[in-house]
Design a protein around this ligand. Structure first.
Ligand code: F58
Length: 812
């Protein structure tokens, strides 16, 4: 199939010369400049456009193949996407890396220089946002017809810097110079309503007319999501809020009231202004709910528009459509689809409800009860009056079902209600998400089990078959091939071909090389070279990394207590045979999360004290890498020897950094939490450093009553570590960290301290035996193939989505 021929377009060339011609043409006609006067930005944009054209071509064929087969579609709804830098990935996925490197020489610049200008769109907070990006990558790679829907925030996750060792935040104006990867599609814009009231519709007891108080436009643009080793190019469609024409008040403007004239438009555009607006104020919370509804309303109308291109009958909607909710953030899509079907398309309630329930599926990403979203009823009532009515009706019918199953069990009804009645009445989004979907999944085995047995137990009693597990995965292209080219080449050589890039179980072929001395030698050399590139410290030191969002449950403070203990040990015995370590932390703390920010501050204070201490500094170095993001992760992960996955068991839903690190040959020290359990089961107990309470023991300990002081009193080294913080040994910083640990220690840090230290001693023993360590490292990579996002997507496709791939024909 060659769509260009049909309209008389020439085929894009594959040689370096042809690529160079197109590059020069992009520079000349699309940037409007010449080689002589091209700025670095011109060079970058010309290259992006030239690569993008090659993908656009595959995109056209994908769209045609999808149109022809009218398939069942997956729509992934996510408030966040952490896509990572696009240029290097798209060079790889379009197979143009080599010709591009050759071609750009005409611009007098190297490919690396140009790649440095490629800014990553930081449209997410952490694991959940990155997972969305890995899944869309794998859906394309597995030829699944899919669209990812999200919000095109003007400002992504804040840029972090350190000021005097403390976290400072600056706005992330990521698309300040435009985003050449994007295709705006203003003709697909949608109209979104907020506020106002509802009115009855004559002759219908159910239908209502919603008279809005505010009207906002949603303008989409999309980014291309190519599959690797296949022809498919899917899209991520991102919505940006705009004021309608009526939102500009010309008469006020003419009267010189410039700010007032645009205030309505500004209010509208604030909806997509920033990722995760601070929700510590009422206004912030309202804005966040507005964002959620904005995303869902625009996306659902777009999904329906797409459905109606090839289908007429609503009976087919749930056959042709599955909408995956990435956490509860897009749950408002459930009542919104009901509203569209009942009020706008005039379906009867039961039919609409049957369609809705069969269309949606929900992925939960947390176990922390405080992280399960709820919204005050009064906020809903004001912002989305019709949706609240619909939610009440859904709830009434649902609670009838519960009453039928468990007659007289009023406590259960109270617990399960979508409306929480304790204190201020609130809408429980997770309950709505479970009630309105066909499938609910957790993101690792333990997480799914704990969801069934604790947080969502009542729902699992009612609908056991609805609950599933789909263990997370990561993109082997981005996190091995692109991030770690040296290791990738060695793996390919070891296995014999690069088929592992799309069939990661093939990494098992490395197992037979784990004992091969010359292979081991090269494996070590790769790690060493990656450490030199990272330049965090001595490449022969053990590079110990803890890279993730800062949260007390993840327990960066436990790692820090280990560092402080090492500091005291070395000072007490300066001539000891110490294993040199570089301890690298990276991660952001939510701007309003003071306890997490205090931990960052203390890490840097301890790092400074150690660096200034001539006795300790030769053996121990603490590095805090600023502004952790996907790009930085891609530099750190290949250089890591040790991966810290030390959350309190039962708190980390899955983790995905743990998978990326294991795939790159880092050994894990970790608790029996999240996906650590599955990593350990696969790489083998002998190749994993386990410590700490399990989830059951941790829960029991909390119930029995826990007194951190008892642990402090019993353990001399722990006492020394905490005392040194309290006495101001680290520049007087960290009082509040020590006080919280000694006062209540929410995440049982002191309980696991001793076991963690012992496990760290085992780490050092293994490290001293170079050959043993290398063998363990190779085996970690060899047995981590399960953690490919391709496998995750296949699991969703088989068990939840029930979708089949559609092959996109190659060019003739
Ligand atoms: C993460 N959640 C989980 N949430 O913590 C992690 O265990 C899991 O591996 C990952 O999802 C993918 O399943 C997470 O990243 C957020 O970022 C929330 C976004 C909205 C605000 C609160 C945090």
């Amino acid at each position: 199939m060659d769509l260009r021929q049909g309209i008389g377009l020439r085929r894009l060339g594959t040689t370096a010369d042809e690529f160079q011609q197109d590059l020069l043409s992009s520079l000349y006609y699309r940037r409007g400049t010449t080689v002589e006067s091209a700025s670095p930005r011109d060079a970058y944009e010309a290259l992006v456009l030239t690569v993008r054209d090659r993908l656009a071509d595959r995109r056209a064929r994908t769209a045609a193949a999808h149109f022809a087969s009218n398939p069942r579609w997956v729509y992934y709804l996510s408030a966040e996407y952490l896509l990572g830098a696009q240029l290097e990935q798209n060079l790889l996925y379009s197979g143009t890396g080599e010709v591009a490197a050759e071609a750009v020489k005409v611009l007098g610049r190297s490919l690396e220089e140009i790649e440095d200008l490629d800014v990553e769109p930081g449209l997410g907070n952490g694991g959940l946002g990155r997972l969305a990006a890995c899944l869309v990558d794998s859906m394309a790679t597995r030829d699944i017809p899919a669209v990812g829907y999200g919000i095109r925030y003007d400002f992504g996750i804040f840029r972090q810097s350190l000021e005097g060792g403390a976290q400072a935040e600056r706005p992330d104006d990521w698309a300040f110079q435009g985003n050449p990867w994007e295709f705006p599609a203003p003709d697909d814009r949608q109209v979104v309503h907020f506020y106002g009231h509802t009115e009855p519709v004559a002759g219908s007891p159910i239908r209502k007319r919603w008279v809005p108080g505010e009207i906002v436009l949603g303008e989409p643009s999309h980014m291309l999501v190519p599959g690797y080793g296949t022809e498919t190019v899917n899209i991520v469609r991102l919505w940006r809020a705009r004021g309608s024409e009526a939102s500009f008040d010309l008469s006020r403007f003419s009267a010189g009231q410039y700010a007032e004239a645009v205030q309505e438009a500004v209010r509208a555009e604030n909806i997509s202004k920033v990722l995760y607006p601070d929700d510590s104020t009422e206004l912030g919370r309202e804005l966040r709910l507005k964002q959620q509804y904005f995303l869902c309303s625009c996306s659902l109308r777009d999904i329906i528009r797409r459905f109606r291109i090839r289908n007429q009958n609503w009976d087919d909607f749930a056959e042709k459509t599955v909408i995956q909710l990435n956490d509860t953030h897009p749950t408002i899509a459930i009542p919104e689809l009901m509203r569209l079907l009942v009020d706008e398309y005039e379906l009867d309630w039961d039919k609409a409800w049957s369609i809705t329930r069969r269309t949606f599926a929900y992925t939960c990403h947390t176990l922390l009860p405080e992280a399960l979203e709820t919204w005050p009823v009064h906020l809903f009532e004001r912002l989305l009056p019709r949706h609240l009515e619909i939610i009440y009706l859904i709830n009434m019918l649902f609670l009838r079902e519960v009453e039928d199953r468990f007659p007289g069990d009023t406590d259960r009804i109270r617990r399960m209600s979508i409306i929480g009645e304790e204190g201020e009445r609130r809408v429980r989004m997770a309950h709505l998400a479970v009630v309105g979907t066909e499938a609910v999944n957790g993101v690792a085995e333990l997480h799914s089990k704990l969801l069934r047995e604790t947080v969502l137990q009542d729902f699992a009693d009612l609908w056991p078959a609805k609950f599933q597990n789909v263990t997370n995965g990561v993109s082997p292209r981005r996190f091995v091939k692109l991030a770690n080219p040296r290791l990738s080449d060695l793996i390919t050589e070891g296995i014999g071909d690069d088929g592992w890039l799309t069939d990661l179980d093939k990494l098992a072929g490395l197992e037979r090389l784990a004992g091969d001395a010359s292979f081991a030698e090269r494996w070590r050399a790769v790690k060493r070279a990656n450490k030199i590139d990272l330049a965090a410290g001595d490449p022969d030191a053990l590079t110990d990394v803890m890279i993730k969002r800062f949260h007390e449950y993840k327990r960066q403070q436990l790692k820090l207590l280990h560092v402080i203990t090492m500091y005291h040990r070395i000072r007490a015995n300066p001539t000891g045979d110490w294993v040199p370590r570089v301890v690298l932390f990276a991660g952001k703390a939510a701007p309003a999360y003071h306890a997490a920010k205090s931990i960052i501050r203390l890490i840097n204070a301890v790092g400074a004290t150690i660096a200034a201490d001539p006795v300790v500094a030769p053996y121990l170095k603490v590095v805090f890498a600023e502004n952790y993001n996907v790009t930085l992760a891609e530099r750190i992960i290949p250089a890591a020897d040790l991966s810290e996955q030390i959350s309190l068991a039962g708190k980390e839903a899955s983790g995905t950094g743990n998978m990326k690190l294991a795939l790159n040959g880092a050994l894990t020290i970790g608790t029996l939490d999240g996906a650590n359990i599955e990593i350990r089961a696969r790489v083998g107990e002998d190749n994993f450093f386990l410590f700490g309470l399990d989830a059951f023991e941790a829960a029991e300990m909390r119930i029995r009553g826990y007194h951190p002081r008892e642990f402090y009193d019993r353990d001399a080294e722990l006492k020394t570590a905490l005392d040194s913080i309290m006495s101001g040994a680290f520049g007087g910083v960290g009082h509040e960290v020590a006080e919280s640990l000694l006062g209540w220690d929410e995440y049982l840090t002191l309980v696991d301290y001793r076991s963690y230290l012992e496990s760290q001693d085992e780490v050092e023993a293994a490290w001293r035996d170079r050959d043993r360590w290398t063998r363990m490292s190779i085996l970690n990579t060899a047995h981590s193939g399960f953690f490919s996002a391709d496998r995750t997507v296949s699991d969703y496709a088989a068990r939840i989505w029930r979708v089949a791939p559609v092959t996109v024909p190659r060019e003739d």
